[in-house]
Design a protein around this ligand. Structure first.
Ligand code: UDP
Length: 328
């Protein structure tokens, strides 16, 4: 069965490509390589260089291949950047998903998996956060994913497209074989930065605020291993063959503070990892933890990497073997 993975050269996409290939799918990756890496794409996948914002390129792709389903990752993904450059998100991300859905439905594609986000929940009334929570995007990035979810709703109603939106909490870790992992042009995420300190590439990590209303004053996040994300994608895709369209909140259900992440990384790496205390980062919520009851019950999904230490170990293996990322 042939499937399309947009953004399959990126961090999460490249891991899903490997899991799909292992599960026996034929995979075509479509990526503009603006932030992804050609080397991250498994050799067994076919690679097509292209940009979803150019509808002609999307039409050419669908004219040349028949897809049983689509996994859509290609988008801009940084909350702080989206606050500075909102139109990258409110225009480019939205146009990309619109072009993809327009052409996909014209070609009768039946199943669609959307990479969505916990940034839909800017004012959660309850932690852990369930699918019942009101969608209040926390940034133009979150808004662009909320719009993509709405686009899907209409494509289901009008064209019968089956979809699943997976709202991730904090994706982390790397493939345990150490050959693919996180490599962003500008690193802003906590775990890679902490490990770059352990490698001696940075002097210290700055903790963004220690005065939050949490046990140790630092922000709490739900870190989920990228392969656990991947298995949820495959499970969600397969469930759409005879099940309804769904949204799932996707995390381990357990939160760790920034301070706990640093301490765990010290244990895993054996390095001191100096810390400085900084100001709060605009837009950060004190705690984001997923209620994953629905996906566990409906798909039988369970995280394999339930402990933060095991997640950081895989990331450490990647950073040690690729200290300069894919191009080093
Ligand atoms: N964080 C931090 N220092 C850093 C990078 C991140 O204290 O150098 C904090 C950040 O403010 C947030 C948490 O770590 O509270 C996770 O941030 P990340 O950017 O990894 O993911 P986000 O939760 O923003 O998606």
């Amino acid at each position: 069965m042939q499937v399309l993975v947009t953004g399959g050269a990126g961090y999460i996409g490249s891991h899903i490509v490997e899991v799909l290939l292992d599960a026996g799918y034929d995979v075509i990756v479509f990526d503009n390589l603006s932030t992804g890496h050609r080397q991250a794409v498994a050799p067994k996948a076919m690679f097509v260089h292209g940009d979803l914002r150019q509808i002609g390129q999307v039409e050419d792709l669908f004219a040349a291949h028949e897809f049983a389903g689509i996994f859509h990752f290609a988008s801009y993904i940084l909350v702080p950047e989206s606050m500075q450059k909102p139109w990258m998100y409110l225009r480019d991300n939205v146009v990309a998903s619109a072009n993809l859905l327009e052409v996909a439905t014209r070609h009768g594609v039946g199943r669609f998996i959307l990479s969505s986000t916990a940034n839909l929940f800017d004012d959660p009334q309850r932690i852990p956060i369930s699918e019942e929570e009101h969608v209040i995007p926390g940034s133009p990035y979150g808004e662009s994913k909320a719009i993509a979810e709405r686009q899907l709703l209409w494509m289901e109603r009008i064209h019968g497209l089956k979809y699943c939106a997976l709202r991730y909490f904090n994706a982390a870790g790397a493939h345990p074989n150490g050959h693919i992992g996180e490599d962003h042009p500008v690193e802003t995420h906590l775990i890679p930065i902490v490990l770059q300190v352990a490698l001696g590439q940075r002097d210290h990590i700055t903790i963004n605020g220690t005065d939050y209303d949490t046990p140790d004053g630092t922000c709490i996040r739900d870190y989920i291993h990228v392969l656990d994300l991947a298995s949820a994608h495959v499970g969600a895709f397969e469930s759409l063959a005879d099940g309804p369209s769904r949204n799932y909140n996707l995390g381990t259900g357990r939160g760790y503070s920034v301070q706990e992440v640093v301490e765990t990384a010290r244990k895993v790496t054996g390095h001191a990892i100096p810390v400085q205390i900084g100001e709060r980062r605009a837009g950060d919520l004190p705690a984001l933890v997923a209620d994953n009851t629905r996906i566990k019950q409906e798909l039988g999904w369970e995280p394999e990497f339930a402990e933060l230490g095991a997640i950081i170990e895989t990331a450490w293996k990647w950073h040690q073997s690729h200290p300069r990322g894919f191009n080093g």
